[in-house]
Design a binder for this molecule. Structure first.
Ligand SMILES: NC(=O)c1ccc[n+]([C@@H]2O[C@H](COP(=O)([O-])OP(=O)(O)OC[C@H]3O[C@@H](n4cnc5c(N)ncnc54)[C@H](OP(=O)(O)O)[C@@H]3O)[C@@H](O)[C@H]2O)c1
Length: 353
């Protein structure tokens, strides 16, 4: 065992929302590190969860449990005997009817059930939607773990998902403090990379829509991106590292959408990715500064976004979400992505299948 992790001796942990995009990678990472894992799903027999049983170690060490975060008894049954809980489950939607109960009652129930079952530690999956949505933040400010979105701004601009993630994170933090549970919060941004599950999740679809040509123009907007495998490792590091607590901003890179589009067009010139920016009459939005130092200090190394995007697209092709277009068959491509100002931000070689 390296000095990076404490020996887990096959200790048992539970992951809520185990069949989803991020949940599946958290389960995979935990199995890889020798844990016995319980994964919750509202319907474990649904074919959309079948990929879980094919993970390395799943046969010996993974149990799927039926649980809804709004059903307290089901959570207690799922967490029985677990040392730790990874609370990943949440609808990724903008529907308040679905979001609010899961964010507030669901999160409170998860924390209480974990405490009632004797778990010592919870890792909660928040979102940078709870962090960066603040129009009054100076463009020169560094986005870090002290930042919170402006709730009223999110509500007034119909970003209800961000409101829900704020409510959920605050509920998790308050309830964990009340119950004396150790809590670490991983705050991922737009998460990219290969899917283990068959169904297209929200953030993978974000890229697929550009490749399919469904998006006819891109917004004058900036967003933060991270690889799904980094998000999973962040969860496990935050769980394992003694003393790890509080928020961990999980951001690999920040790009204007024009830069993301440039990467996609360079990696996959055979797809009809739009080159048209929506004219909102405003000057070009500037990528903001951020700090991912807390996670780096835990030992996380971030994956270059080109690799995440490339592997996400190949995965979506293999799963039938994107057509395979032949021009991709070259062996190696050097990918050079430039910022709007023309500075090189990255250069890497990608081995193409
Ligand atoms: N993907 C991103 O870009 C991103 C970025 C930042 C934060 N996040 C956060 O990461 C987490 C996972 O997101 P994801 O992208 O992996 O989404 P996903 O693929 O849609 O998975 C969401 C999971 O939540 C579960 N779920 C939803 N409502 C539930 C309920 N009432 N009770 C129990 N489980 C419920 C679903 O389980 P079943 O339907 O199988 O029961 C599903 O497994 C969420 O907390 C999300 O807010 C995601």
């Amino acid at each position: 065992m390296s000095s990076c992790s404490i020996p887990n001796n096959g200790e048992e942990v539970c992951v809520t929302g185990a069949g989803g995009f991020i949940g599946s990678w958290v389960v995979k990472e935990l199995l890889l590190r020798g844990y016995r894992v319980r994964g919750t799903a509202r319907d474990p027999t649904d074919a959309k969860n079948a990929h879980m049983l094919a993970l390395d170690g799943a046969h010996e060490r993974l149990t799927l449990c039926r649980a809804d975060v709004l059903d307290y008894a089901s959570l207690r049954a799922a967490f029985q005997g677990c040392h730790g809980v990874f609370h990943v489950a949440s609808p990724v939607s903008n529907d308040p009817q679905e979001l609010v109960p899961v964010a507030v009652e669901g999160t409170r129930d998860v924390i209480n059930a974990a405490a009632d079952e004797g778990a010592r530690r919870v890792v909660f999956t928040s979102s940078y939607g709870a962090v960066h949505m603040n129009p009054n933040r100076s463009p020169d400010a560094v986005l870090d773990e002290t930042c919170w979105s402006d709730y009223d701004f999110c509500k007034n601009t119909d970003n209800l998902y961000c409101c829900a993630k704020m409510m959920a994170e605050i509920t998790a933090t308050e309830q964990a403090a009340l119950r004396g549970l150790q809590l670490a919060v991983v705050v991922p941004c737009m998460t990219m990379g290969p899917m283990l599950q068959q169904e297209l999740n929200f953030s993978s679809n974000h890229v697929a829509r550009y490749l399919m040509g469904t998006k006819k123009s891109y917004p004058n907007a900036v967003a933060a991106y991270v690889d799904v495998r980094d998000v999973a490792r962040a969860h496990v590091l935050a769980y394992e590292r003694p003393g790890a607590q509080g928020r961990y901003l999980c951001i690999g890179t920040v790009l204007h959408r024009a830069q993301l589009i440039a990467m996609l067009r360079e990696l996959f010139p055979q797809y009809p990715v739009t080159a048209k920016c929506e004219d909102d009459g405003k000057p070009m939005a500037k990528p903001y500064k951020f700090s991912n130092q807390r996670l780096k200090d835990l030992g996380l190394e971030f994956t270059p976004l080109q690799k995440s995007l490339y592997e996400a697209v190949v995965c979506m092709q293999k799963k039938g979400h994107l057509p395979v277009i032949q021009q991709q068959q070259c062996a190696v491509q050097t990918c050079k992505i430039r910022t709007i100002g023309g500075d090189m931000i990255s250069q890497m070689q990608i081995n193409k299948a």
